[in-house]
Design a protein around this ligand. Structure first.
Ligand SMILES: [Zn+2]
Ligand SMILES: [Zn+2]
Length: 182
């Protein structure tokens, strides 16, 4: 499933059709207004409309995203050319890559296009609650706090990074990519 900057009206029609005809849980009320919340109280920061700024934001949070660890033995890292599913791996490189992709999805669909949590989770086949928890993490960061919700200390986290260990995978782009995300 690809990352798109916009959901077309055809996408909405498809979603609506799916829910109406195949999903009993959604019967009796999932119209366009339920799919989007244009009147949402939360005001999306202006910078989120810029793909460049969004990419910078995500790269700052996940410096290992889109890279592979040369000292890592996991399958996706040891054979990046095979395009193995990184979302099933918990190594730092794969974890960062998967989470960065989720951040991108949530910023584009939830923050920018004002899609509902359910719509995003449906489209990307995420577990219920995934979208909300990522929205919360992003809002914590925006509020000037760390991702775990504790206050900033002002000190950089972790050891200084060794850039040489990371192999850049130029085929992975955070925004506008077609990478599969789960
Ligand atoms: Zn790895
Ligand atoms: Zn891995």
């Amino acid at each position: 499933m690809g990352l798109r900057s916009k959901l077309s009206s055809a996408d909405y029609a498809r979603l609506r059709g799916y829910f109406d005809s195949h999903e009993p849980v959604m019967m009796g009320g999932l119209g366009v207004s339920a799919l989007r919340q244009p009147e949402r109280k939360y005001e999306t920061p202006e910078w989120m409309n810029s793909d460049i700024k969004v990419t910078e934001f995500i790269q700052m949070q996940f410096p290992k995203a889109g890279k592979y660890g040369s000292d890592c033995r996991c399958d996706p890292c040891s054979s990046p050319q095979d395009r193995l599913d990184r979302s099933v791996c918990e190594c730092r490189w794969c974890h960062d890559t998967t989470l960065a992709a989720k951040f991108a999805v949530v910023i584009v669909h939830w923050f920018r296009n004002k899609c509902t949590d359910t719509t995003v989770e449906f489209e990307f086949r995420w577990k219920p609650g995934t979208c909300g928890s990522i929205v919360q993490r992003i809002r914590w960061i925006i509020d000037g706090k760390r991702q775990d919700g504790t206050a900033r200390t002002g000190n950089p986290r972790g050891r200084p990074k060794k850039a040489k260990q990371d192999q850049v995978d130029s085929s992975v782009q955070l925004v506008g990519s077609t990478a599969a995300i789960n």
